[in-house]
Design a protein. Sequence first.
Lengths: 151, 151
Amino acid sequence: MKNGRLTNTVETIASECLAVRIRLLNRTVTNIFDDALRPLGVKVSQLNVLMVVAKLGPITPGDVCRKLNIEKSTLSRNVDRMRTHNWLKVSEGDSGRKQILELAPAGRRLIEKAFPLWTKAQTETESLLGQQGAKSIHRAANTVWAQLGRE
Amino acid sequence: MKNGRLTNTVETIASECLAVRIRLLNRTVTNIFDDALRPLGVKVSQLNVLMVVAKLGPITPGDVCRKLNIEKSTLSRNVDRMRTHNWLKVSEGDSGRKQILELAPAGRRLIEKAFPLWTKAQTETESLLGQQGAKSIHRAANTVWAQLGRE
DNA sequence: ACTCCTATGTTGTATATACAACATTGTGTG
DNA sequence: CACACAATGTTGTATATACAACATAGGAGT
């Protein structure tokens, strides 16, 4: 039949493509967390950055980018928004070029208020993925973090 | 110490959050595929939609949304772009309300040209995630698809 | 047949994401 | 020290994503 080769190609990509699958998981899980966090007016993308700063800060934007594999321009605008909310404090490093990001008091309060909502979303996600699935995600992410560090 | 409670909260979220991890995987893998596909001027997000249409089409936008868990407004604009490239044919269904999406000839040629580039990205992703990680992603995605179908 | 509700798709708006180009600042090497 | 190069962050542009509001069209129930 005339469509044989294309059909095989489509079948192969459809049944194996890792990008389709990871992107589906990303949309689904991001929606779960954003729904849960909506009462606080924060999105999970912003909470992610806030957590990195809370755990590793004071830290430069460049280091946050490397940790999360985010493009610097993406983070730059995200930091603007979080500074507007007074969640982050941004100061000029003594080196002149680098900036210093720190958790601001409002950011601290936000994290405390977010915790029960985060727990709810996390539980919901675990039940969606199953214990196996959740463990798998952890393992895959650990692999990526190891690779990122190696570059 | 004064920071005890916040520190515990931050530690818990940092070490367990599934959203951070899936979003990290999503950015990393999407970049791998977009890099590979760049010579063709198509992004993996568009190729995903094209594959669904190629495999299941003729199909309505709403059904594509349900399959990929994409918001209808997101797909609406994506279809516009793909129609501009003549990759997709959009026609009005006889029912008046629904639209019919089909693979256009240029879309077919695109998929054929994309296959070797997709294979390269897929291989690279497998080697990034490891065999375990890749299998894990498949299992997690299957779980989500089953859940989506159940709603 | 009429009314109400739902499904479908578009548009306005906000955020997330990345690439390209740019300005600025350190750094290292001759 | 001077110059070239790399690192850092911003801005312009394009796409992806979702929510809210909307218009329209089908369908269900009376």
